[in-house]
Design a protein around this ligand. Structure first.
Ligand code: IVH
Length: 673
């Protein structure tokens, strides 16, 4: 056989096996045999570069070359959204409306409906020409999206070259890119290990992954895709269901949950079945989708400006479980705020075991009216953090007392205080209460602060409890011999910690100021103060009015700063940090704005980003003379909008007519592209 023919044969064999493995879940050969075929193809391609093909299965591993942003592509047909419903009744009413509009007296039998899963990922439109994938584009704003072809090519369940079949010469297929639960959990575990921010849910993880610069990293994360919509000038069948069955034949993953139904009772039973059964699926779903099957009927029903009238989404209620409250614990944080936490009988909810849930503050305990021994409703919506939403009153013992908030600090016994107008109870023993002292030490060494290598929560507690470190300045007096010999600490770890501490002397002053744990002085405020004042001496000795005059620094912050430095031991700590060589003034370089491209602009950041972190964007805004603000108002100049911007923010921006800028547009604006 000639080489070109063998290459072709290997490619179609490998495509066939990828399909069997990733789409059918039914491998036909062993991994070893698969690897052998792959190696043969790789070697032939290497020896014959003229035979290379970007759609060869050898390219599924992706590449590390950043492609420098994504090209924007206009959708041939806009990508619309779906109307939502939340109950069986609303779905029934939608079906009845379709019936009426189509002039059917006889009920659903004459308007067959297809029921499907609503996959909770990020939508994709893929175009095929002559049986080959040519382009994959994200939904974007519905009109135009990002060309993410290089990344999509790495998703092994998506066919690159179709086997022979009756596919149209040109067609578009739409579906949902998802990150299966298992891959999601693995990814988050890895990120936790690396102290990177976790993804709140598989949807964010999928959309974030799809927009990565490195397709090799995309390939590694294990995305998958389900398809639910076929578009072409000439489709194989006159109805949605048969078209999807065709797509399945051509190699696309079409969910086996897809069901053709003729009566409203079947629709209701479908909802009931999947409300429960979806928990067993390997991927996240947030509801079901119902579609009028017949394409002519679809055409007659048409579209509103936002969504098709021939389809509707049914959203699952948030998952809820009922579980007994064991006890409420009260936990003191770094700032002295006491947070009540419900400790629960462990219960399985959306795939994870829930044992604890924050009750936030005293008012929430009152509102929920929680009594000792109550059974509580726990919910987990799209997010991963569980929430207590109510109490099962029927199960309450008649004599059960209401849960009361503690009066004294559970750690140091000091009487708690609650400032007027504040929801939180505080332990005022700032300089003598263990969790506060320890919390400040942990904060000091953290990644956004002094970023001290080798020191995390555990080691800081170890040093604190051994009496080696009592305040933040003590870190700089540590010698390896002070650390070595403590629980599981060898010479090497001890030296690593001391080196890490030494390196932190180069951390810029605004981060040092943030690291001090002055109440209300967060990352952004610290930057502003440093830019305005330049040095710790200027800040310590500034009259209150001068601090208050800094943009974004109000009376409460100024008072808190004055308060901090009025305490003599804090001034001593500063002097000891100074002697240790920690930076207590800013470089002119650092503080000077790089440009005034954003002067006078107030910018709100919202959503999930792909090119830079939120912190980095904040920094860019400030370095270019702009102001970052947390909430949208009439004063907002524009929103720097990432993926999955919150619905309420989106609504607000729309109603005030505030423009949304994408990451790319923003970077272009400040000349970073
Ligand atoms: S059909 C014109 N079917 O839900 C109809 N969408 O809320 C287009 N989605 O943007 C969508 N599963 O990302 C359809 N089985 C399914 C779906 C589905 C998930 C997503 C899709 C769409 C969004 C609309």
């Amino acid at each position: 056989m000639d080489i070109e023919a063998r290459v072709k044969e290997l490619r179609s064999e490998l495509d066939r096996h990828n399909h069997a493995y990733y789409v059918e879940n039914n491998p036909l050969i062993s991994d070893r045999e698969f690897d052998a075929l792959m190696r043969e193809l790789e070697e032939l391609e290497k020896a014959h570069p003229e035979l290379d093909d970007p759609l060869s299965p050898t390219h599924r591993v992706g590449s590390d070359l950043a492609h420098g942003g994504f090209e924007q592509v206009t959708h041939q047909r806009p990508m619309l959204s779906l109307g939502n419903t939340y109950s069986v009744e609303e779905v029934d009413a939608w079906a009845a409306r379709c019936n009426d509009a189509l002039g059917n007296e006889g009920g659903l039998r004459s308007v067959p409906i297809v029921g499907e899963m609503k996959f909770d990922g990020t939508s994709i439109s893929i175009t095929y020409e002559h049986g080959r994938m040519v382009r994959a584009v994200t939904r974007g704003d519905g009109e135009k999206g990002d060309d993410v072809t290089a990344n999509v090519r790495t998703i092994k369940s998506i066919p690159l070259v179709l086997a022979d079949g009756d596919w149209p010469e040109t067609f578009e297929i739409r579906g949902e890119i998802v990150l299966p639960w298992k891959a999601f959990e693995r990814l988050n575990a890895e990120r936790a290990f690396n102290e990177e921010p976790l993804f709140a849910n598989p949807r964010n993880a999928a959309s974030g992954t799809l927009k990565l610069q490195s397709s090799a990293e995309v390939a590694r994360r294990g995305l998958d895709a389900y398809f639910y919509y076929l578009l072409a000038d000439e489709l194989p069948a006159d109805n949605h269901y048969d078209n999807m069955m065709k797509a399945r034949e051509w190699g696309f993953k079409v969910s086996t949950a897809m069901t053709l139904m003729n009566t409203i009772d079947e629709v209701d039973a479908f909802i009931k079945y999947w409300d429960e059964e979806r928990r067993l699926l390997p991927v996240a779903t947030d509801g079901l989708v119902f579609k009028v099957n017949n394409l002519r009927q679809q055409l007659n029903l048409g579209f509103t400006s936002k969504s098709p009238r021939w389809a509707i989404a049914y959203k699952f209620p948030a998952e809820r479980a009922l579980t007994p409250l064991k006890f409420v614990s009260f936990e003191v944080g770094r700032t002295g705020v006491v947070t009540p936490v419900a400790n629960l009988e462990p219960v399985l909810l959306s795939g994870t075991v829930v044992k604890r849930a924050s009750l936030h503050n005293e008012d929430i305990i009152r509102q929920l009216d929680i009594h000792e021994g109550d059974s509580l409703y726990v919910e987990k919506g799209g997010e991963i953090i569980p929430k207590i939403t109510g109490v099962d009153l029927k199960a309450r013992r008649p004599d059960a007392p209401a849960v009361s908030f503690v009066k004294f600090c559970p750690d140091c016994g000091t009487e708690l205080k609650r400032a007027e107008g504040e929801a939180a109870w505080m332990c005022p023993n700032k300089y003598g209460c263990r969790p506060q002292l320890l919390g400040r030490l942990e904060h000091f060494v953290g990644r956004h602060m002094m970023d001290i290598n080798g020191l995390g929560e555990e080691n800081v507690a170890l040093l604190f409890d051994a009496g080696r470190v009592k305040d933040i300045a003590d870190f700089y007096d540590l010698k390896p011999s002070d650390i070595e010999g403590l629980d599981r600490m060898g010479r090497r770890s001890a030296e690593k910690i001391v080196d890490g501490i030494a390196a932190s002397r180069n951390v810029p002053f605004d981060r040092v100021l943030y690291a001090l744990s002055i109440p209300y002085v967060g990352e952004t405020v610290a930057k502003r103060i440093v830019r305005a004042m330049g040095s710790i001496d200027a800040i310590m000795n500034a009259p209150r009015e001068q601090l208050e005059a800094i943009d974004g620094v109000g009376g409460a912050i100024a008072e808190s700063i004055a308060d901090y430095f009025s305490y003599e031991p804090n001034r001593e700590i500063v002097e000891r940090l100074r002697r240790a060589g920690v930076r207590l003034e800013s470089d002119v370089e650092e503080s000077a704005p790089h440009s005034d491209l954003l002067a006078g602009k107030t910018i709100v950041i919202s959503g999930v980003f792909n090119h830079f972190s939120r912190e980095e964007y904040k920094d860019m805004i400030e370095k270019n003379g702009g102001k970052n603000s947390g909430s949208i108002s009439k004063k907002t100049s524009f929103v720097l909008a990432g993926d999955n911007m919150g619905p309420s923010k989106l609504e607000k921006a729309k109603s005030l007519g505030i423009p949304l800028l994408s990451e790319d547009e923003f970077l272009e604006m400040i000349d970073k592209k």
